[in-house]
Design a protein around this ligand. Sequence first.
Ligand code: ATP
Ligand code: MG
Length: 263
Amino acid sequence: MITAGCDVGSLSAKAVILDSGSIVSSHVIFARPEPEDSAREVMGAALEKAGLRLEDIECCVGTGYGRNHVPFAQSVQSEIACHGRGAQWLLPGVRMVIDIGGQDAKAIKLDESGNVVRYAYNDKCASGTGRFLEVMAGALGLRIEDMGDISSRAKEPVTISNQCVVFAETEIISLINEGRHQPDIIAGLHRAMAHRVASLAKGIEIDRELTMTGGVAKNRGMFQALEEALGVKIMEIGDADPQIVGALGAALIAWENRDSEKP
Ligand SMILES: Nc1ncnc2c1ncn2[C@@H]1O[C@H](COP(=O)(O)OP(=O)(O)OP(=O)(O)O)[C@@H](O)[C@H]1O
Ligand SMILES: [Mg+2]
């Protein structure tokens, strides 16, 4: 039985297709202005990879900020529930998930079945989100995917004193003009952001069985900075793409609830 999850986020859209609870394909695209277009495009690409058609999907769950605009979904679930479920399926022992996306950061505590027991999130300010890093990459003239590698060459990470994205961008430009090295600036940015996300997680008590999901988890510099800020070794989710964990959770929920949610 084919089930699917579609996570339409603020910056990217993700789709995962399962055949009887096993992953057959997944896809990620940049979000389009209209969430419906994002949903159709990303699911179309995941179906093509799997050699399937939309009619083959028996049950689909939508999630993410655009979840109410996934035309082919039978039901919706919160991103928090989906990241929790997806992470727990990949790492059965996990008890805490930190999802950093483009627009918000979430810390989620789970029970042994992957149910959410507590969570905290920041969606008030871009300073602890992927968007913060994107603006800084732009100011430095770099690609977001290169930030992690470059930061690994840091010798003396800078201290970023401004939390606000707009002021921090000005601060970065001053640091460049002062001749500070790019790796030191980026490592300082990662530290500042990791510190903010760690405060969020500490607010609901850190569990050592912890993993990181969302697009920002692809940035090794941020991954390591968050380990340092939390004082915990973060569990790796292996070969899986951390960005698709929410869509995976949605597809798993569709599979688990297949009888009640089938159209
Ligand atoms: N290859 C990459 N290397 C480093 N960082 C990346 C990479 N791809 C994406 N990112 C980061 O991931 C962020 C987007 O994450 P994600 O796709 O999880 O967001 P989203 O689900 O659309 O947002 P939200 O959940 O807040 O609505 C980008 O802002 C960027 O910082
Ligand atoms: Mg997201």
